[in-house]
Ligand binder design. Structure first.
Ligand code: ATP
Length: 243
């Protein structure tokens, strides 16, 4: 089974700026794990290193080990990482706004044999039936929530084992955020997915997660099961606000 295991990772921009310092974490098969922390804590950097979106050739140097299913991700191109079973939904969704909903979703299926893409597309529409009436519309005209669904659908096209989501709640109304998080919980069961979630909205992230890690200036300062973090006075004071 495919476990993500990050061991003593150090990640540098331009070989010198240390954005992640000695971070270790695991995401077991079928687990939902959230990475919390303020702006600039290093959450997106860790996801970019795991997905290979920004590799050494683009200035991101990783030391320590990043393993998935016992295989090292070091030196793999992002396409190989997708083939290994890891897909990312990037921060800000990054859709091709001039292409249609369907063209955007299909874009995520480049690693599948052509004969399987139609079947997988039908499965994506079963997960997100609200997208069906919009399939031929240009993605830029959709609401923020619908665009987030397209971005998740695109990532799911590759049939990942691990889905990484960077700030899925960004810029969305609370009701839409709740729907997106319900979908995340459903996906874990329906697709047998592991999920690594980066979120500013700590409460909603912990409510859906099994485990959480809190990053501060590139280091893990708290980690534990989600219930314990939700109940922790420090986490409540610094990350959950006063209720
Ligand atoms: P946010 O929620 O703002 O995205 P984050 O926790 O995801 O925050 P990162 O974006 O990973 O944080 O940033 C971690 C550190 O790395 C910050 O100090 C940031 O300034 C620095 N950093 C991010 N991107 C680059 C880059 N391309 N070049 C150099 N430094 C960078």
């Amino acid at each position: 089974m495919a476990e993500l295991s990050v061991i003593n990772a150090q990640i540098f921009y331009d070989r010198t700026v240390e954005a992640i310092r000695d971070v270790s974490l695991t995401v077991a098969p079928g687990e939902i794990v959230c990475l919390l922390g303020a702006n600039g804590a290093g959450k997106s950097t860790l996801l970019k290193a795991i997905s290979g979106i920004m590799g050494p050739e683009r200035g991101l140097l990783t030391k320590g080990s990043l393993n998935f299913g016992g295989v090292s991700l070091a030196g793999m191109a992002s396409e190989q990482i997708v083939r290994a079973g890891i897909s990312q939904v990037p921060e800000g969704r990054r859709l091709f706004v001039d292409l249609t909903v369907e063209e955007n979703i299909l874009m995520g299926g480049f690693t599948l044999p052509a004969a399987e893409r139609g079947q997988r597309l039908a499965e994506i529409y079963q997960i997100f039936p609200d997208l069906v009436p919009h399939r031929t519309r240009v993605a830029g005209y959709l609401s923020g929530g619908q665009q987030q669904m397209v971005a998740i659908g695109r990532a799911l096209m590759a049939r990942p084992k691990l889905l990484m989501l960077d700030e899925p709640s960004l810029g969305l109304a609370p009701k839409i955020v709740a729907t997106i998080f319900e979908t995340i919980a459903v996906l874990r069961k329906a697709e047998g997915l592991s999920i690594l979630l980066v979120e500013q909205n700590a409460r909603i992230a912990l409510e859906v997660s099994d485990k959480g890690y809190v990053l501060e200036r590139g280091r893990v300062v708290f980690d534990g099961d989600a219930r314990t973090l939700l109940d922790s006075p420090e986490i409540q004071e610094f990350y959950l606000g006063m209720d």
